[in-house]
Ligand binder design. Structure first.
Ligand code: URA
Length: 480
């Protein structure tokens, strides 16, 4: 019996037909699966009419939810036998109750390996798509990328890119399927030709310069790197051409780094005055107004590129307000502070101390996410002093509206914003400083991102010291 699905990733069609075949008692060896519209390499049945689908005639046993999820993944695999394998598994689940409890079954293991390969490909697409900026005939800017996935994952991955690059117009071209985002909606079309791949732009040259610059020869682990960035992706990655020469020169460069004298410390500039509060009348009436005003703020350029302003969250009149640097990539998308990796580290440390996140007000010195677009990634950039100063009145307004009893500065940007002078965090961490005109004491400690960047060997001890400081800040904050 020939069964024809609409296309190579027709999950609904597969489910409907498989249910019917199962209900009709058609064993897997009697079924030949194919697709009506193939993007290549798939069995085609031409125009032979297919039997109409009747609703299942017998009551069907429900299949485990995990199997339904497995089908959704496996169907994206390029193996032409995937439909046959899944139907055989469905048949066996219905006729061999023990299969549900057999983790070593060969069919099940093969399907799971295929699902894993699809997941890996989805992840690699997220990591290795590199956009190039082009200007359309109508003068509009677009980011276009060429990518060659191993499996049929373009549709499954499209939502991720739409969420991630909601503000840009972009297209990802692949040999079998292309996806476009016009700023509002996704659309799909047939595959493209490699010749449609856009030529390198100025951003690519910048990215290559940056890549060569951050390449640390002392930390090169070639085998690990190749596992993470398999060679099959290299021909579409501009930086791949740099890898071999950089790796070849790694030993010599490490040696010269060891021999080079230490870099002299930079001069610290003279202290600045504390930021004055905005004049009466300019102050937002409440936190909602603050958020709206900060969102619209264009006093510095970063607001124009961020998704939204991220103001703080937490109770009013708390004992502590913790202040970070600026929202990161995930905070920018979620509109909430400290939800990304640094936030999770902070939350874990607080939980270990029995300190509830909900008990403190969490905020940032700078309200918009500053980043640099590198390929598809938005890489955090530390806000410059001009940007921090432009944002200072929003932080001051937030403090005035929230009315915390004390302030905890996480890192140098927050410490400088709260104290109005450059702060050497390592030298001044761990104690209450009484310098603010409003009388609120400020406790300086590390930013969680600084701990995330530490080498593994140092991280644990540094985190333990950091937790001790957080505990001290919690327990010794002056009570009004
Ligand atoms: N880093 C910060 O300083 N703030 C956040 O909200 C997230 C990361």
């Amino acid at each position: 019996m020939q069964v024809r699905l609409d296309d190579a990733v027709d999950l609904d069609g597969f489910r409907r037909r498989a249910r019917q075949l199962l209900a009709d008692g058609v064993p897997p060896e009697r079924v030949e699966w194919g697709v009506a519209r193939s993007d290549g390499g798939e069995g085609l049945f031409g125009d032979a009419p297919e039997q109409a689908i009747a609703p299942p005639t017998a009551a069907l046993q429900p299949v485990p939810a995990a199997f339904v999820a497995l089908c959704a993944d496996v169907i994206l695999h390029r193996d032409p036998q995937r439909f046959a394998l899944l139907y055989r598994l469905l048949w066996r689940l219905a006729h061999e109750p023990a299969l549900r409890h057999d983790p070593l079954d060969a069919d099940m293991m093969r399907a799971q390996r295929m699902a894993k390969a699809v997941h890996r490909d989805i992840h690699k697409m997220r990591a290795f798509v590199r956009f190039t900026q082009v200007t359309d005939d109508d003068g509009l800017e677009r980011h276009v990328a060429w990518f060659e996935p191993e499996h049929r994952i373009v549709e499954a991955n499209a939502d991720f890119f739409a969420r991630r690059f909601a503000q840009m117009r972009w297209a990802i071209l692949t040999p079998e399927r292309c996806v476009e985002w016009d700023g509002h909606a996704l659309s799909f079309r047939a595959g493209a030709d490699r010749r449609e791949k856009p030529p390198p732009d100025a951003g690519e040259q910048l990215w290559l310069t940056y890549y060569a610059h951050i390449f640390n020869p002392a930390r090169l682990k070639f085998a690990t790197m190749q596992r993470e960035m398999p060679r099959r992706y290299w021909h579409n990655l501009p930086e791949a051409a740099l890898i071999q020469p950089l790796a070849d020169a790694a030993d010599a460069r490490s040696q010269s780094m060891i021999e080079a004298p230490a870099t002299p410390a930079r001069r610290i500039r003279a202290p600045m005055a504390l930021h004055p509060l905005p004049a009466e009348g300019a102050m937002p009436a409440d936190l909602g107004e603050l958020r709206a005003a900060a969102h619209a703020c264009r006093a510095c350029p970063i607001g124009a590129h961020a998704t939204q302003a991220v103001c703080g969250e937490g109770p009013l009149a708390p004992r502590h307000m913790l202040v970070g640097e600026q929202p990161g990539d995930q905070e920018d998308l979620a509109g909430r502070p400290f939800v990304g990796p640094a936030g999770q580290l902070l939350e874990r440390a607080m939980a270990q101390l029995g300190w509830a996140r909900e008990g403190v007000y969490l905020a940032n010195a700078v309200k918009h996410f500053k980043y640099e677009l590198r390929g598809k990634r938005r890489i955090h950039k530390t806000p410059g002093q001009r940007e921090a100063e432009a944002c200072a009145h929003w932080l001051d307004a937030e403090i005035a509206l929230v009315r915390p009893q004390s302030l905890v500065a996480l890192g140098a940007t927050a410490a400088r914003a709260l104290l109005g002078r450059p702060v050497a965090v390592q030298a001044e961490r761990g104690a209450w400083l009484h310098e603010r005109a409003d009388g609120r004491p400020v406790f300086v400690t590390l930013h969680p991102s600084a701990l995330l960047r530490l080498p593994d060997a140092e991280r644990e001890a540094a985190q333990a010291r950091w937790r001790e400081e957080l505990a001290r800040a919690r327990d010794t904050a002056p009570v009004a």
